[in-house]
Design a binder for this molecule. Structure first.
Ligand code: KG4
Length: 335
């Protein structure tokens, strides 16, 4: 079954063709990051407008790269939630029109379910149940993936997402948007251990997380150094910051796996590209005898193929939508 898949929830327009949920026939992406970098972050209206400009040509490219004609497409999958609402609406409306014109089923896909499904593309043997640590620019979730479409949140951030926190810390370190990857690179130049940063815990909810205090601490540290004319060890601060995020995420993911009785763990989302977090997950899983799946870097960030992968399993579960399907800025992954 060939699925034409659309993703437009943030600043990447992405269209892919995926066969039977596991084989990527094409994966076309148009990133707007350079445009948003001028403003230091994503400007929602610009994101929507850039999706409007890019999506039709990108669809042609995805079909051509996959060597597919329109009649070869069996279904259309699309991110319907969560995300920047204007941005999601562009992809959703276009995908609906395509499904309508081709007369094929329309499959709604939750964006974070898509991130988790990126692992199916990289690891053919992987099947639920497993525990997923889904960490991206807008979401930070520890999810018990009981089956392909049966998911249960065990832990979540109470405020900022991990990626948002990386982007803000990178900004005060003078790095360009999106800052996660450049901060990661900068951090590799130091062993850290220089700056003491807070590690917040949520009282009564040991698997939940909070990143806003950490974000504020880095901002205050940088501003204070500037005010007193003190030179920051930027690489050390980047390293200590990444470590603080990792120290928040990794022990909770391991504890959640223990509680859920899972011996298989997957990482997902843009922040799963982080080298400190990947290293810590590898060591923790080796210690606890868990099998760890870390998606290749190009499948960590937003892409259309992951929506095609999850779309296939949503279709098998009978989760198709009518032409009245709407977009949502927020939506529980379990719904
Ligand atoms: O998954 P993604 O592409 O988009 C969302 O669904 O949100 O994630 C984007 C986020 C950004 O915050 C970006 O700075 C972060 O992932 N990111 C990283 C790294 N590469 C991307 N964060 C930390 N380390 C990285 N190497």
């Amino acid at each position: 079954m060939k699925i034409l898949a659309f993703e437009s929830s943030c600043d990447e327009t992405a269209v892919a063709v995926v066969e039977d949920g596991r084989r990527v026939l094409s994966d076309a992406i148009a990133s707007q990051a350079d445009m948003h970098a001028l403003y230091g972050g994503v400007v929602p209206e610009i994101a929507s407008r850039k999706h409007v400009e890019a999506i039709a040509a990108l669809t042609e490219k995805a079909l051509a790269d996959a060597n597919c004609a329109r009649r070869d497409i069996d279904a259309v999958a699309v991110t319907y939630a969560p995300g920047l609402i204007g941005a999601v609406l562009v992809g959703l409306s276009f995908a609906k029109s395509v499904a309508y014109a081709l007369g094929v089923p329309l499959i709604p896909v939750h964006h974070v379910r898509g991130h988790i499904a990126a692992n199916y593309l990289a690891f053919p043997e992987l099947e639920p149940p497993f525990l997923a640590l889904a960490i991206s620019g807008g979401n930070t979730l520890i999810v018990d993936v009981r089956d392909y479409t049966d998911m249960h949140i065990l832990g979540a951030t109470r405020d900022d997402a991990a990626g948002e926190c990386f982007d803000k810390a990178a900004r005060v370190l003078g790095l360009p948007y999106p800052g996660g990857a450049p901060l990661d690179k900068l951090a590799q130049g130091s062993q850290g251990g220089v700056y003491k940063l807070p590690h917040a815990a949520v009282s009564g909810a040991p698997l939940d997380m909070s990143f806003s205090g950490l974000k504020t601490a880095v901002v205050n540290l940088a501003h204070h150094a500037e005010q007193v004319g003190e030179e920051l060890d930027r690489a050390a601060l980047a390293r200590d910051f990444a470590q603080a995020v990792s120290d928040t995420l990794v022990p909770r993911a391991m504890e959640a796996a223990r509680q859920a009785g899972r011996k298989v763990l997957c990482a997902a989302g843009g922040v799963a590209a982080n080298s400190v977090i990947r290293g810590d997950l590898e060591r923790a899983c080796a210690r606890e005898g868990c099998k760890l799946y870390l998606p290749p870097l190009k499948l960590c960030g937003d892409n259309g193929a992951m929506i095609g992968a999850q779309g296939y399993y949503e279709y098998l579960a009978g989760h198709t939508a009518g032409m009245d399907l709407n977009a949502y800025a927020t939506r529980d992954i379990g719904e």
